[in-house]
Design a protein around this ligand. Structure first.
Ligand SMILES: C[S@@+](CC[C@H](N)C(=O)[O-])C[C@H]1O[C@@H](n2cnc3c(N)ncnc32)[C@H](O)[C@@H]1O
Length: 209
């Protein structure tokens, strides 16, 4: 599998990711309704743009045979971008806490493993067949809005499912959304795009030595 790294690949990815997903109007409406109900848990009123998804895909692309785990999949825009870039559905696992979003993910992402639950329980929720196979973790959950001990619980969960790998996290913050030194992490802002509302960055966090 060719990683979507080069400029031309990115253009292709953005085009694919921009392809309206099935029932996209329903997705946007659902997203907005869930934001009204849980603004802090959602962290955004609309799903991520194609431009942001393409950057997440580039940063999270796994090695051959490895599985991608996405936490906080929402209406599935990042998942669809991964599939459009060539990730086989049986190498993608998504976790989402909102039951009606899970229902939509199950309808629209055939072959993908969709788990309903709290990402902090990822180690318990992950089916045995995926254990030891997670190559990259994408976190779309707005960690910046959480107190430090709660952030820690997410980070511990990600470390439990993909020890030593770290994770990709996208955020609208100008500076690191996580106090990374407190969490013994190294932070790198890999990408930024103004083509998202609001403009967003893609961060890579890895455990410090
Ligand atoms: C900012 S939205 C991102 C959605 C999608 N990834 C995107 O880019 O459009 C955050 C998502 O995380 C989900 N979420 C929040 N807390 C969660 C948790 N503890 N476990 C699983 N999902 C959670 C929300 O329901 C929401 O769908």
């Amino acid at each position: 599998m060719t990683p979507p790294n080069g400029t031309s690949s990115l253009a292709v990815d953005e085009k694919s990711a921009a392809t309206p997903p099935r029932k996209s109007g329903r997705g946007a409406l659902l997203f907005f309704r869930r934001w009204l109900a849980h603004p802090l848990r959602m962290g955004s009123i609309i799903p991520s743009s194609a431009a942001l998804c393409a950057r997440v895909v580039r940063q999270a692309w796994p090695k051959d045979g490895e599985v991608v785990l996405e936490l906080g999949s929402g209406t599935g825009v990042v998942a669809r971008a991964l599939l459009a870039a060539g990730l086989p559905p049986d190498r993608l696992v998504v976790v989402e806490i909102e039951p009606d979003m899970v229902e939509m993910l199950r309808e629209t992402l055939p072959g993908v493993t969709v788990i309903q639950g709290d990402a902090r329980e990822a180690a318990r929720l992950l089916p045995a067949r995926f254990q030891g196979r997670i190559g990259s973790v994408i976190c779309g959950i707005p960690l910046v809005l959480l107190p430090v001990p709660e952030q820690r619980r997410f980070i511990d969960a990600m470390n439990a499912v993909a020890p030593g790998r770290g994770f990709i996290h996208f955020s609208y913050c100008v500076t690191s959304p996580l106090p990374y030194k407190k969490h013994q992490l190294v932070a790198k802002r890999e990408e930024w795009t103004p083509l998202n509302f609001p403009p967003a960055s893609v961060w890579r966090y890895t455990p410090s030595a």
